[in-house]
Design a protein around this ligand. Structure first.
Ligand SMILES: Nc1ncnc2c1ncn2[C@@H]1O[C@H](COP(=O)(O)OP(=O)(O)OP(=O)(O)O)[C@@H](O)[C@H]1O
Length: 307
C-alpha cells in the first residue's frame, strides 16, 4: 500500500511555478541556469556533502547509528522520520553544532570530525532554525542584511562612522538584501519590524537571511513548521526557485511528508537513529520498511499524520 494512502495526507505542493520567482537575479556565476542543467549536474557530480558512518549518543540514548548520507550538488535532499528518529541530531552534526562520536563529515571535499561552526559561512553553508531566530526588533531589511555581515572587510571604527569602504559595503549588503527580498516577494514588508509579521512571513524572512549569502549548501530545519497549507505551497515554490536560480544544494528536515514528497529529489528516512531507506520520493513511498516505521506512528496516532 503506498504511504500516501494513510500517512502523508498533504497533497504534493507545486501550485506556484518556480520560474515565477526566479527572474531578475544572477546566479553564483552571473549566468542563468535551466532546471535540466542543474538536475543533470546533480546526477553526475561528486557529493558536495557526505556523512560517513555517523554515530552519536546522549548518555545511553543512541540518537544516530552508523548513518551514511550523500548529497549531490544542486539537489534538494530531505531527511524524514518519526519523532525522535534523529533528524535534528543529524542536521546539528552537519552544521557543526554536535561532534559525532563516530564517523566523519565531508564538505566540499574536506573531511571533518566536527564541522567548524564558526567557519560555516566561509564554507558556504547557511541554515535556518526550527524555532525562529530573527531579530524581532529589527526591520526585515536589516534582518536579511545581517546574513552577509561576515563579508564586511572594513574595521569597526569605519562601520560606526559610516565612511569609505564600510559605507560601500553597507550599501552592497543592503542592495543584495533588497534583491533577495524581491526574489522572495517580501519587498512590501521590507521596513516592517520582523516580529510584527505573520509567522509564515517570518519563516520566509529567515529563508531570505540564509539565502542572501548565496550559500552552496542551505540547511533548512523544518521550514514549513506551523504554516498553513497555502504558506507551505508558497515555501515549496520559493525553495525550489532558490535552488534553480542559485544552484544551491538544499538539505531539509521536515515533518510534513506530503510537502517533502513534492519538493525533494531524494529522501533519506531515519528510524531510531538508523537510516532505513534512501531514494526518490516514489521509492520511499513504496518502501515497506518506511511504511512499517510510519504505521507504528499511525497506530499511535489515530489521525495518522503525526510524523
Ligand atoms: N541534547 C540531547 N540530550 C539528550 N538526548 C537527546 C538530545 N538531543 C536528542 N536527544 C535524543 O536523541 C534522539 C533523537 O532526537 P532528535 O531530536 O535528533 O530526533 P528528531 O527526529 O529530530 O525528533 P523530532 O521529530 O521529535 O524533532 C531522541 O531519543 C532524543 O530524545
Amino acid at each position: 500500500m503506498p504511504i500516501a494512502n494513510y500517512a502523508f495526507g498533504v497533497a504534493e505542493a507545486s501550485v506556484y511555478a518556480p520560474e515565477t520567482f526566479a527572474q531578475g537575479l544572477p546566479d553564483r556565476d552571473g549566468q542563468a541556469r535551466d532546471d535540466e542543467s542543474v538536475a543533470a549536474g546533480a546526477e553526475a557530480s561528486a557529493p558536495l556533502l557526505a556523512l560517513e558512518g555517523i554515530g552519536l549518543s546522549f548518555g545511553g540514548v543512541v540518537a544516530l547509528a552508523d548513518v551514511d548520507l550523500s548529497v549531490r550538488p544542486g539537489e534538494i535532499r530531505a531527511i524524514i522520520g518519526p519523532n525522535g528518529a534523529g533528524k535534528s541530531s543529524l542536521i546539528n552534526v552537519i552544521s557543526g553544532v554536535y561532534r559525532a562520536d563516530r564517523g566523519h563529515v565531508r564538505l566540499n571535499g574536506a573531511r571533518y570530525a566536527q564541522v567548524p561552526i564558526q567557519q560555516l559561512a566561509r564554507l558556504g553553508v547557511a541554515r535556518t532554525f526550527q524555532n525562529l531566530a530573527l531579530f524581532k526588533g529589527l526591520n526585515v531589511l536589516d534582518n536579511v542584511a545581517s546574513g552577509i555581515a561576515y563579508r564586511t572587510r572594513s574595521n569597526f571604527a569605519g562601520q560606526i562612522l559610516g565612511i569609505g569602504r564600510s559605507r560601500r559595503e553597507q550599501a552592497d549588503q543592503r542592495g543584495r538584501a533588497d534583491r533577495i527580498l524581491e526574489f522572495l516577494h517580501l519587498t512590501a514588508v521590507r521596513d516592517r519590524l520582523a516580529g510584527t509579521l505573520p509567522y509564515g512571513l517570518q519563516k520566509r524572512v529567515e529563508l531570505a537571511r540564509a539565502l542572501v549569502a548565496e550559500p552552496r549548501l542551505l540547511l533548512l530545519d523544518e521550514p514549513m513548521a506551523g504554516m498553513t497549507a497555502d504558506e507551505k505551497s508558497e515555501m515549496v515554490a520559493f525553495v525550489r526557485a532558490a535552488r534553480d536560480r542559485f544552484a544551491t544544494t538544499v538539505v531539509l528536515i521536515e515533518h510534513d511528508v506530503g510537502v517533502v514528497m513534492g519538493l525533494s529529489d531524494r529522501i533519506a528516512v531515519l528510524d531510531y537513529g538508523r537510516k532505513i531507506a534512501d531514494g526518490t520520493p516514489d521509492e520511499i513511498r513504496n518502501d515497506q520498511r518506511v511504511i512499517d516505521a510510519y504505521l507504528g506512528v499511525a497506530s499511535d496516532n489515530e489521525e495518522g499524520a503525526g510524523i
